[in-house]
Design a protein around this ligand. Structure first.
Ligand code: PEP
Length: 263
């Protein structure tokens, strides 16, 4: 049974004072949710705050990206070792906003995944097709290419990545920040497709990997998305900035996990 994971991606949002209230209120609101892992990915400068406020809460936290470099003359980069030294549990890699604004690609993302894993941090690898690719009917082709960058790694590297519990986030770009989530049946189809691709490498890993969905998850659609058997949680952007909404989404994931454990 895969334990669902719901992660808030704060993106470029936050201020010290408001973060404090939001983080503490969230930790309180989800403290009795045990069926689901709850995490937050914050801007780098707020990781210290997360480290201080989330210690001993059971909540996971981490960064929104990591450098593909280990150390040296790479101005403004943050290494996986630095994140690990801080105690980060998670790091988002390959987010579509990074791909769009900073020309990150799957090859670079895969190096970042390796760096994260080497440092003991769980990477959340974001994949997904753009609106144009979706409209052209090539979503699966795009996803396959994004995953093949990962599956092309050598055996030892892949084993390490899988052992550390890589999370795959299927995030159709056209659904991110638009208020228009993908319909649950389509998400399920894509998640099954992703799981099958991973199974070509390792069926045990494929059965256990968490594939979470991202793209305008809200209180209104969480129930129907989490009811899909291959949706193992969510990466939540905008809705994670509101404590009640985000905690509500986590609670729905938890209820659904209980339902599925009885199926
Ligand atoms: C995201 O950017 O990862 C995301 C899912 O954003 P939103 O929930 O706002 O669509």
């Amino acid at each position: 049974m895969r334990k669902p994971l719901v992660v808030g991606n704060w993106k470029l949002n936050g201020r010290l004072a408001e973060n404090k209230n939001r983080i503490l209120a969230l930790a309180e609101a989800v403290k009795n949710i045990t069926q689901v892992e709850v995490g937050l990915c914050l801007p780098y400068v707020y990781l210290f705050q997360a480290q201080q406020l989330l210690a001993n809460t059971g909540m996971l936290w981490g960064a929104q990206n990591v450098s593909q470099f280990v150390q040296g003359a790479y101005t403004a980069c943050i290494s996986a070792e630095m994140l690990a030294e801080f105690g980060c549990h998670l790091v988002i890699v390959g987010h579509s906003e990074r791909r769009h604004y900073t020309a990150e690609n799957s090859q670079k993302a895969v190096i970042r995944i390796q760096r994260a894993v080497d440092a003991g941090i769980t990477p959340i690898y974001c994949i997904g097709e753009t609106q144009a690719e979706h409209a052209a009917g090539v979503a699966k082709k795009v996803i396959a290419a994004q995953l093949s960058a990962l599956l092309g790694l050598d055996e030892l590297s892949l084993q390490k990545i899988f052992a550390l519990g890589l999370v795959v986030a299927y995030e159709p770009v056209w659904a991110i920040g638009t208020g228009q989530a993908a319909i649950p049946a389509f998400v399920q189809e894509m998640h099954v497709f992703i799981r099958r691709l991973l199974a070509q490498y390792d069926s045990h890993f494929a059965a256990n990997v968490r594939i979470i969905y991202g793209g305008s998850v809200s209180l209104d659609n969480a129930q129907s998305l989490f009811a899909m058997p291959d949706v193992d949680g969510a990466l939540v952007g905008r809705a994670s900035l509101n404590v009640d909404t985000f905690a509500g989404i986590c609670a729905i994931a938890s209820q659904q996990a209980v339902v599925q454990s009885h199926v």
